[in-house]
Design a protein. Structure first.
Length: 752
């Protein structure tokens, strides 16, 4: 019987390593985003600083894992067999849950997940014990520490509201002082700002980051805790003078120093205090086994009251291994970058398609509309002179968008405020013994500062607010799903015993393997799409416009041709799945062109003075390309609906005529594609001569169908579909020829 517990311990050790990798992938967003988003220092430097913070936090943690051992359930009420089932159910749930969130690119709280998993599994075993002993559910509080769960729920609400509000206020005041012309104001306010920010971060390290390190005694930490005001005052004076020294003598940008120290501080706190979320449960299981192994008592009779001992410390080598796995994951995890990208897009200063990842919902629309009305009301009462002064502080410098070199998502002032405010709030929460989630605080502070900075303007606010609600909704779902999943898994393990343990471990392996494969496939597809997608680089000359437009036309013509052929073939063969694939590809192509149109503003700004006339040409080119793709997309949609609804097939004569049209279009599009790929525009004149022939052929097919309706045609649905295909084909030809005529005229104009 004891062998199954050894197997469970080995499984827990493996799950612990996996949990660290998925946990770090999710929590890396907490301490990396400000530095990465501001591009204050090179990416490798950021990673090195974060690595040092993680190693210091992990290696000097004394490994007090009481939350896993006795923070949620009362161990004296459970047998050794029970707690092993609880711990295994928790780890299985945690690994799968965090992996799902990472794959979706959504940040969630590892603290909340582990707490509610422990709660779910413990409640399950408690209910089983109550039922078996014919007790009442009123005795459930004897098994469960309900206060901890209540504290966690309270901290979620507190974190969300407080972090967003304070982040907004501090960023607003900071921007009023620094404006967006930071260099001009930094020499006046830089030292003071540096003193405040670094003092806040230092206080954070002392109160939160070093709360449980082994090299500081309880007496020393108690002294720090009771002399907080004195420490803050002395730190402020020292760091203000130090900041002025760095700026005056060494010409160092103090904002970069703040960001580096802040990144280190959050990484240290993450590793030092959140380590319990990843290895606390497996270590508690290991220590439980040590207690049980020397007892000689039946595992169902040996009660685990010893787990409540506060002096139990995790072995140092466990902390070393955990720290190394954390660092390895930080450097290699692609899912971590996926999560980082979500917060970065929501906090980004500029507008653009990257901020529109989330679909607006009713709540986001109502909130944005309400804020607009509030803004109008405030402006009504504010003096005009004060309004102008405020507006000037938030006036952004004109910048040309450079797609070859990615711009920072936000500036270093906002990055510094993110780190400073997050540090202060987590420090205060820790000193007040409130379990504030690092994820919640850092995310909502970032959202508050981006809101205060004017990043949520009328063009993007509805998308960003929807994104924030999606993330917050994910946090709520984390708690609910964690509780229910752990409850169910614990029950399966309890009733299935050895078979359930083996079966669940095999299932976890299969699910993780499939998830990893799916993510790799998705990443490869994303990279391939990014490599082949339409783009608009830094075009500043007429020749650049011609070259870029030619490349885009060749790409769209090629894809449109292939998709038109595919739709007609699939319609003839009634292949629903292929029609569905064609629909998706066309939607994707439409979206790419829409993104290009969304970047027209930056394109026009990039052009030099002698090439401004090319703007209209480029915009009209995108319009024609969009018309072409929409025509084929409409054909694909109608064909899919027709087949999906199981309507009658098109007749042989109709399919034959469409294939003839297809063949003629293919020949034309092949010539056009070669023309624009080679940028040899001498053939445009001859291509335009095919216009009347093609249009006349399509008109003849329309006439033939009219005759069929009056003589042999019996299906109104067939006629509707056939006419729609012919009309859209006519639009496709006209849009293509219009594009050629536009290009011909512009090419002649350029040569003059």
């Amino acid at each position: 019987m004891d062998q199954i517990f050894v197997v469970m311990l080995i499984a827990l050790a493996i799950l612990a390593v996996i949990d660290i990798t998925v946990g770090v992938s999710n929590d890396a967003v907490n301490f990396l985003n400000s530095a990465i988003g501001s591009k204050a220092v090179p990416f490798k430097t950021i990673m090195v600083v974060a690595t040092l913070g993680i190693l210091v936090g992990a290696l000097f943690s004394n490994g007090m894992m009481e939350i896993a051992r006795s923070g949620i359930f009362v161990p004296s009420m459970f047998s050794f067999n029970d707690v092993m089932i609880i711990f295994l159910a928790v780890m299985i749930t945690d690994v799968l849950l965090l992996d799902v969130f990472n794959s979706l690119g959504l940040p969630t709280s590892t603290t909340v997940s582990i707490v509610f998993e422990l709660l779910g599994a413990a409640v399950c075993l408690a209910v089983v014990k109550i039922v078996m002993t014919d007790g009442g559910l009123a005795t459930l509080p004897q098994y469960i520490n309900t206060e901890k769960a209540t504290e966690i729920i309270y901290s979620i609400l507190l974190s969300v509201i407080l972090s967003f509000t304070i982040g907004t206020l501090v960023q607003y005041v900071s921007r009023m002082f620094f404006t967006f012309h930071v260099d001009k104001r930094l020499k006046y306010f830089g030292a003071l700002f540096g003193g405040i920010a670094i003092t806040a971060i230092t206080f954070f390290i002392l109160i939160k980051g070093l709360k449980s390190v082994s090299f500081i005694s309880k007496e020393t930490y108690s002294w720090i805790d009771h002399h907080q005001f004195r420490i803050v005052a002395l730190s402020f004076v020292f760091w203000t003078l130090f900041s002025q020294l760095l700026m005056s003598l060494f010409r160092i940008n103090i904002l970069k120093v703040i960001i580096i120290i802040g990144t280190f501080a959050l990484a240290l706190a993450f590793a030092g205090n959140d380590l319990v979320n990843f290895i606390g449960v497996p270590i508690a299981a290991f220590q439980s086994y040590e207690f049980f192994a020397g007892s000689g008592i039946d595992p169902n009779a040996y009660m685990m009251g010893e787990l409540a001992n506060d002096n139990i410390v995790a072995p140092f080598y466990f902390l070393v291994i955990a720290g190394l796995v954390m660092v390895y994951t930080l450097w290699t995890s692609k899912k971590a970058r996926n999560v980082i990208e979500t917060e970065m897009n929501l906090a980004r200063q500029d507008t653009g398609t990257t901020t529109e990842k989330f679909t607006p919902n009713i709540l986001s629309k109502v909130i944005v509309r309400g804020m607009v009305y509030i803004g109008v009301g405030i402006n009504y009462f504010l003096p005009k002179s004060l309004q102008l002064k405020i507006d000037k502080s938030f006036e952004k410098p004109l910048k040309v968008k450079n797609k070859k070199m990615e711009e920072p998502a936000f500036d270093m002032v906002r990055a510094s405020v993110n780190l400073m405010v997050a540090s202060i709030l987590i420090s205060i929460g820790t000193s007040m013994q409130l379990p504030l989630s690092t994820t919640y605080v850092t995310f909502m502070v970032a959202m508050g500062t981006s809101f205060a900075d004017g990043a949520w303007d009328r063009d993007t606010a509805v998308y960003r607010v929807a994104g924030v609600f999606n993330v917050i909704g994910g946090w709520v779902i984390t708690a609910v799903v964690a509780f229910l999943a752990a409850f169910v898994i614990a029950y399966i393990l309890k009733i299935g015993e050895v078979y359930a343990v083996v079966g669940m471990l095999i299932l976890v392996g299969i699910l993780l393997y499939r998830s990893n494969k799916k993510h790799q496939k998705k990443t490869k597809a994303k990279d391939a799409a990014k490599a082949s997608e339409l783009n608009s680089h830094d075009i500043v000359t007429i020749q650049g416009v011609v070259s870029e437009s030619s490349a885009q036309i060749a790409t769209v013509i090629g894809e449109t041709k292939e998709l038109y052929i595919s739709v007609i073939d699939s319609l003839g063969l009634q292949e629903l799945s292929k029609l569905k694939q064609s629909k998706k590809k066309l939607k994707k192509l439409e979206k790419q062109i829409e993104e290009l149109k969304g970047n027209v503003y930056f394109f026009v700004k990039n052009l030099d003075e002698t090439s401004v006339e090319a703007s209209k040409f480029y915009i009209l080119t995108l319009g024609y390309l969009q018309d072409m793709v929409k025509a084929v997309s409409f054909i694909a949609q109608n064909s899919f609906t027709h087949v999906d609804n199981n309507h009658k097939k098109l007749k042989f004569n109709q399919i034959r005529d469409l294939k003839n049209t297809d063949r003629q279009l293919q020949e034309l599009f092949d010539k056009i594609q070669r023309t624009f790929s080679d940028e040899d525009f001498s053939q445009i004149e001859s291509l335009l001569k095919d216009k009347e022939t093609l249009i006349a052929y399509v008109d003849s097919l329309i006439q033939k169908q009219i005759i069929r309706i009056r003589t042999t045609e019996t299906s109104p649905k067939n006629s509707k579909l056939y006419f729609s295909i012919l009309f859209e084909t006519d639009d496709l030809i006209k849009a293509t020829m219009g594009l050629l005529e536009l290009f011909k005229e512009f090419d002649l104009h350029v040569k003059k």
